[in-house]
Design a protein around this ligand. Structure first.
Ligand code: PAF
Length: 280
């Protein structure tokens, strides 16, 4: 049965008991509203570790004013049942005051990777992510932490944080889990109405088209991006935030698609801001 705790002290006690038995700890940081993508991370954590800790915390400092902090879906009871069925041992569900008590004034930041892709449209977002995840790593002290590829830039940044700050944790990325029609699973898909939900498949279709072009020998990043943009523009009500073709380690734009290349995009549909990517 999954235990639910709200304080860092209780997490530390659980972790200390597990370590005393020589157990390893897998950690899945989340903001809740679980879908199959989250569950796949928990499943892998359970396969590879003796104990699994999941955090559920909608982190206010990674949302800018006017973003969806207030409307972000919160469904603790359902999440707890779902985590339980994946063999999660502990859910850490802290309050905002637990994570950011009065006087809190220390942040974790990076200069390079967070300035790219989503970072250009969400200033301060990755600083909020790095800060909360570093705090969570310090509380849980996991051996391994698991993130989804849909948020590939987040994964790269957190891997960098772990190396730069000597955090003793292996940061891993697992494949994006998709709906049958290809839409990447995301808690933000809940914002889509029925017509928007259908339209949202255009992100995946654009990525598939890009992969086909590259497979067929097209190596001009500009031409691949232009074709993706054309496909998405055909769908009324979509607004492309970015389509970028970049080196998969540095996130620097490339002119030619060669080596491991990340094709990433962010598109707004109604109230939802959707992201997706593919490595070719
Ligand atoms: O990907 C998320 O759900 C969040 O950005 C994370 C990593 C849990 C930090 O709040």
């Amino acid at each position: 049965m999954t235990r639910l705790v709200e304080t860092a002290v209780e997490v530390r006690e659980f972790v200390a008991a597990c370590r005393k038995r020589g157990g390893s700890i897998g950690f899945v940081p989340t903001m809740g509203a679980f879908h199959e993508g989250h569950l796949s991370l928990m499943r892998q954590a359970a396969r590879q570790n003796d104990a699994v800790v999941v955090s559920i915390f909608v982190n206010p400092i990674q949302f800018a004013a006017g973003e969806d902090y207030d409307r972000y879906p919160r469904r603790l009871e359902k999440d707890t049942r779902m985590a339980d069925s994946e063999g999660v041992d502990l859910i850490f569900f802290p309050s905002v005051a637990e994570m950011y008590p009065k006087g809190f004034d220390s942040y974790v930041d990076q200069t390079d990777l967070p300035s790219k892709l989503c970072g250009s449209f969400r200033p301060g977002h990755f600083r909020g992510v790095m800060t909360i995840v570093t705090k969570l790593f310090n509380i849980v002290k996991p051996d391994t932490a698991y993130f989804g590829q849909k948020d590939y830039q987040q994964y790269l940044i957190l891997r960098r944080t772990a190396v730069d700050l000597n955090l003793d944790v292996d940061v891993r990325v697992l494949p994006t889990v998709r709906e049958e029609d290809g839409l990447a699973m995301s808690s933000r898909n809940f914002y889509l109405g029925p017509k928007q939900r259908k339209d949202a498949t255009c992100l995946h279709e654009a990525l598939e088209c890009a992969a086909k072009l590259v497979d067929g020998g097209e190596n001009s990043a500009a031409r691949v991006a232009a074709e993706m943009r054309r496909l998405i523009r055909k769908v009324k009500g979509t607004r492309v935030e970015y389509i970028e073709i970049v080196n998969s380690e540095t996130l620097e734009p490339v002119k030619e698609v060669k080596g491991r290349t990340l094709i990433a995009l962010a598109v707004r549909i109604g109230k939802a801001r959707l992201i997706d990517n593919l490595i070719v």
